[in-house]
Design a protein around this ligand. Structure first.
Ligand code: AMP
Length: 195
């Protein structure tokens, strides 16, 4: 089962992605986590992306696609995976199609969109900034990330809807309730398509 999680920053992709990965026994690939680890480790990739990330901008497509390619080349993604934070724009979505073909993976089954009102995501991100001290969870970067989301990533909803892959779910509520809704959507899709 190959799933992607879509939604604004702070919509719960990371939390739900981890829970779904544990539940279905497939790896979660978060490009944000990989990039943050590279920054933390002082890796060359981290040095390239640190300022861009802190400003809330998108990292260069080629770099991110490289990260995804490396991960999809690993054997544990053969039975499925959960993409969290990738693709972030239409060019990345197209690159993903090419990558899946190259790595002999089947196409993505479902694009799950966690729909959360903007006011609520701002509130969540400001809280996370206080609790976890993420470099991009302060007011200026949050505003920029949301603008970038609306301009670059939001159009992907229509892109995947046109391909019959999109399921939009209410991303407000308790973590457990949202997880239940997501798992139900996945199970329903799998039983319909015989996965
Ligand atoms: P996230 O943890 O998904 O919110 O990502 C944090 C930051 O990492 C983003 O604001 C971007 O700077 C960068 N990033 C993560 N995924 C991507 C992507 N697919 N394309 C470009 N930049 C990304």
């Amino acid at each position: 089962m190959r799933i992607m999680l879509l939604g604004a920053p702070g919509s719960g992709k990371g939390t739900q992605g981890e829970m779904l990965a544990a539940h279905y026994g497939i790896p979660r690939l978060s490009t944000g986590d990989v990039l943050r680890a590279a920054v933390r480790d002082g890796a060359p990739l981290g040095k390239q992306v640190q300022a861009v990330m802190a400003a809330g901008e998108l990292v260069d497509d080629a770099l991110v696609v490289g990260v995804v390619q490396e991960r999809l080349d690993e054997a544990d993604t053969a039975n499925g995976f959960i993409l969290d934070g990738f693709p972030r724009n239409v060019a990345q979505a197209r690159a993903l199609d090419r990558l899946l073909a190259q790595t002999r993976r089947l196409p993505i089954d479902l694009a799950l969109h966690l729909d959360v009102p903007i006011r609520e995501v701002v509130h969540r991100l400001l809280n996370r900034g206080t609790e976890q001290g993420r470099a991009d969870d302060h007011e200026d970067a949050i505003r920029r990330r949301l603008d970038v989301y609306m301009a670059e990533t939001h159009p992907l909803l229509q892109y995947f809807d046109a391909r019959g892959m999109l399921v939009t779910l209410n991303g407000s509520g308790t973590v457990t309730a949202i997880f239940g809704t997501l798992a139900h959507a996945i199970d329903e899709h799998c039983s319909r398509s015989g996965v």
